[in-house]
Each structure stands twice: as structure tokens, then as C-alpha cells.
Design a protein around this ligand. Structure first.
Ligand code: 6PG
Length: 200
């Protein structure tokens, strides 16, 4: 995946500001690092998270920590909306985060797990059926997760999957073929859906 190309595309979408939901994991880190070098309107972009591991922000597993170290150090702190993971229960965290979500995202970035999950929407999870709440707890994982649900992820002008690595090739093909048994294939954005992959 060409991180510079993806970063330039993202920058073009938020040239006048906007709201972006970031993906976690490892794939997006080079894209975030490339974005940190671009002249973004940092005072007019608000950053959110598509999901988070329920760990302290300094934990190595934290999606917030990864994004903060790669890019978000460039943003005004008031523009970085982390999912709360300290001093709250899992359900309180989900409720509090839902209260601060924008009605519509300019861009939602998503990753793809080799099992077809995206954000923290895992196969067989009850949150796959959540169509009312926009943020939900995922207590069955270790560590537990907080995730945006389909309604929140789909309320976006643009949704882009960032997928890299030979180990994702088969599951990516199934997602792009519309295999509805895979949570990632069930994301139906109101706006544009794009895939940035190694073959792009
Ligand atoms: C997370 C992500 C998750 C991730 C995929 C792919 O919290 O881990 O939100 O959905 O995007 O698991 O992860 P990699 O990019 O590390 O392969």
C-alpha cells in the first residue's frame, strides 16, 4: 500500500477541515506518519477512533497511543477525541463516546482482520446487529474493546479500507466479492467506499 498516496488522498478530503475516524492496528501507521508531514488545516480537523482497546492510553496496545505517536501530536489536543478507557466502565465509555461523535464523518478509515473483522466488529459478535447505538462495548475480547457500530461507520462521506500484507489477500477478495459472513463486507457507507491495498 502506498502510504504517501493514501495520505495525499486523505489530505484532499480534509483540505477545508472535517471529522475523521481513525483505524487502529498496525497497517495505518505509515499513512499517519505520512499525514503528519503534510500541511493539513490542523485547527479545523477533528480526529476520532473507529475502535479502541480498553487499555490505558499509554499501553502499547492502545490505538490512541499509536495514532498520537505517528500523527496526532501535530493536532491541537482539543481536536483529538480519544475513546475514554480510564476511570470508566466499558459501558460508560461507549455512552460517553457516543455523546461526542459527530453526526457525519468526512472520512472513516478501516482496517481488515484476517478473520474479516473491521474496527472491533468481529464475526459472531452481538454488536453486528446493533443498528441504533452508534458506539458499543465488546466485552468478549481480551482486552475488551469499544467500537463504532455500522450506523456510525456508515454515516460518512468517504470510507476507506487500508489493507496490506499477503495474509490479507484471501479475506480481502471475499470482502470485495461481498461475502456477507464477513463483518467488513457489511459496511455500506452512505458515501464513497474505497480500498487501498498492496496491489494499488
Ligand atoms: C484494531 C483495529 C482492527 C484492525 C485490524 C487489522 O483495533 O486492531 O481497529 O480492526 O484494523 O485488526 O489490524 P492490522 O492492521 O494490525 O493487521
Amino acid at each position: 500500500m502506498n502510504a504517501q498516496k493514501v495520505a495525499r488522498w486523505i489530505a484532499s478530503l480534509i483540505a477545508d477541515g472535517g471529522a475523521v475516524a481513525l483505524s487502529g492496528g498496525t497497517t495505518p501507521k505509515p499513512v499517519y506518519e505520512a499525514l503528519s508531514d503534510l500541511p493539513l488545516p490542523w485547527d479545523r480537523v477533528h480526529w476520532y477512533f473507529g475502535d479502541e482497546r480498553f487499555v490505558p492510553p499509554e499501553d502499547r496496545a492502545s490505538n490512541y497511543r499509536m495514532a498520537q505517536e505517528a500523527m496526532l501530536y501535530r493536532a491541537p489536543p482539543a481536536n483529538v477525541h480519544a475513546i475514554p478507557t480510564v476511570g470508566v466502565t466499558l459501558d460508560e465509555a461507549a455512552a460517553r463516546y457516543e455523546a461526542v461523535l459527530p453526526q457525519r464523518f468526512t472520512l472513516v478509515l478501516l482496517g481488515l482482520g484476517s478473520d474479516g473483522h473491521t474496527a472491533s466488529l468481529f464475526p459472531g459478535s452481538a454488536v453486528l446487529d446493533e443498528r441504533v447505538r452508534r458506539v458499543a462495548a465488546v466485552p468478549e475480547k481480551d482486552p475488551p474493546r469499544i467500537t463504532l457500530t455500522y450506523p456510525a461507520l456508515e454515516d460518512a462521506d468517504h470510507v476507506a479500507f487500508l489493507v496490506s500484507g499477503a495474509d490479507k489477500e484471501a479475506v480481502l477478495a471475499r470482502v470485495r466479492a461481498g461475502d456477507q459472513s464477513l463483518p467488513a463486507a457489511r459496511v455500506k457507507p452512505k458515501g464513497e467506499l474505497r480500498f487501498f491495498t498492496d496491489s494499488d
